[in-house]
Write a protein that binds this ligand. Sequence first.
Ligand code: GTR
Length: 369
Amino acid sequence: MLPDVLTLPDGRRAVDPTTWREVFRPALLELLASHVYGHAPAAPAISAERLAGGELKHGTWEHWRITVWPGVKPLAVLLCLPRGVAAAPCYVGLNFLGNHSIVGANEVPQPSGISSRGATLQSDRGRAGYSWCVEGILKRGWGLCTAFYGELEPDTADGPALSRTWRDGGFAADAGAISAWAWLLSRLVDLLVRDRRVDASRLVSVGHSRLGKTALLATARDPRLAMVVANGSGSGGAGTFRETSPGAETLAQILSFTHWFHPRLGPDAQAVPVDMHQLLACIAPRPVLLTNAEDDDWADQCGQLRTLQAAAPAWRLLGSGATPPAAMPALGSGPDGKVLRYAYRVGPHCLCPADWSAIFAATAAELPG
Ligand code: GTR
């Protein structure tokens, strides 16, 4: 059984929107930080410069370099903006293969840093354009802001990590990589909110798999994100630790990625005082879209719907008319539900154009211009 989303482990209950906002949500975020992901510091003021740019069919691309933390090497950011839109809403998320994989122009640099596969590859140039549907995003008048996830926080157990730099700076020493990646996603938000060409009220975080977990945590923490899309996020994302479906990744299994989480997180789900419906609840009353694939049992497609349903009382408490789907939506039928949405498609674990069809439909419905 998942614990009631409106009750804290110490028995305190959220009874109205004020206690939710002032006591309950901060308490949930603290439980998530101190038992699951680790803490992240408040943001220093970033500095940013635009270094290159070019044309795309339905817009433009720009390469930015932002300094996110004193003494840490800069982060390369790719910003794509649509043509002819005064203030464009924007998708924002980290990518797996490098910015050059999304826009293949030679002037988009291949980032340094380490993913779980190792260094970025020149042969990936332009290869992930398909996953991100850049032209489809631009054609709809939206922008995309992204950075390579491993540039400052490598996806290895022993790499020099941002979280270690924070420790040297006197901050908590407990941040896992997901916490650091979520913090970096918010630095992209820092860049977007000061750009007049962007509609800062319509920033939607997007992430796949471990970066779907990251997008959920970033949106739970950062109220400037208006909506989240988590694709195949699974365990430690929209897949709970306590109620794992047969064939889905368990807490004990995901702990093989020790560096993703707080060092205290152990394999006994019942011993963790917080679960993933409470992570989702920290996003309330903002819209959530979970997208999943039929051949992705590991990500616990059915369990994720239960998480969405278990989180819904938080939206109701805040007066939102959110309604998650009552049952698994038909494959390929589009994003079912209201505010709390779920889309289910055929195929394997990946971010692909069919996911973007659902993302475009859900963002148009939830965040109309
Ligand atoms: C898997 C991991 C999942 C998911 C995935 C990914 O190996 O077990 O939780 O995060 O990696 O990020 O591709």
